[in-house]
Design a binder for this molecule. Sequence first.
Ligand SMILES: [Ca+2]
Length: 410
Amino acid sequence: MQPGTHSVRLYLDNVSIYRSLNFKSLTLEAIDGVDLDGNGIDDWQEARLAAQNALKTQSPESRSSPYCLEGESKYFEGLRVGRAGAAGGALTTELPVQRGVGQGWYAELPLDASGPVIARAELENGGKILEKTVTWTPTNVLLGETLRIRKGDSLLLSAAPTESNSGQASLEVRQAEVSVATYQIQGQGTQVHTFSQSGTHQVLASYQEAGNPPVTGVLTVEVKEASFADPDPVIALGYYRDWLNPALSPEAIIEVDGRMEVVELPTPATGGRNFRLRADAAEPRVLLARLDDGTANGPILDRAEIKATRVSSGIQTGIYYVDQFADGSQLVEMRVVLSSVPEDIRLKFDIFVAGITFEDGSTVKWFTAEDFNDQGELKVRFIKAASVKSSVCHRLYIYQGNTLLETRTN
Ligand SMILES: [Ca+2]
């Protein structure tokens, strides 16, 4: 913990109106330990920080930029990743960090054609610093390779026999026989080209040095994209839902969080990929789509965050009388509590018992995320005629957009 003011936030996951938390005091305790190496940090803390935080084992060299830098941390919050000006130096550029699968995280690190880049991750509020030096290696077009990269990635192109310095190369980038860009490269120089369209590209190079015949080569670049469907899927905790991804390439390698259930269904006739999902907890879980570059850990093409919400209503939250009218009818209130309120959630109430209505006399009512308060509560009021002996029986349908997630009877 750094010196200064800190705030503590307590989260009470309680849905019952009849149960409350009485919070009396908070004690902050420090655990003593030895510091045998004398670096000012107790050794048990160092061991713990080392066990909870890591950079993934990845090659320190990359043909494409940005470099998909990956790591793990027990705490995603308070994580800062970026480029440092020098080894051990402060962050000079901070990069957006995304939550990965499990305790994973990743950031897209732009590489530098002029030299190695130092990536720096500050984890657990700076308690653990991890660094990695990444070099952008040139791709010599004359070698005639085939590479696979992501849409939006850049290559550092060169086109010279290794022993030659005095010649000049002409490069042309083509997609479907159409010229996209042309470049001139002097000797062992390099040229950055960004592949902003998916599909197969050819890079044609012709190197010429005075007194020698030209040397030519063709680099083939397979530029891939894949994207999960938007918006991210919501799951009602305890229920299965199917999730169709029309633009998710069958080539992409899908990495799933082992804590939740993900089953890939047969390929739909309309194309794309379909999954059956079931959440293990009302917490975010991530799916990743990776480039199939011949390894199991290709760079990440897209991510989806599965949002599970726990729905509580009826006897879980309590149904209670608010008022009684002159004719003997009663005003009754029921709360629906969501552990988190997705912005595109919709609830439909359908009353199926005669003598019960909403306050406006209707028997069907829709609610949206805007009807919930900051605690994820929705209060629904019913009028119950004096003759009604049952409770305020209704069916509750929970949707994300037009996708039905759960049906329950209260
Ligand atoms: Ca120490």
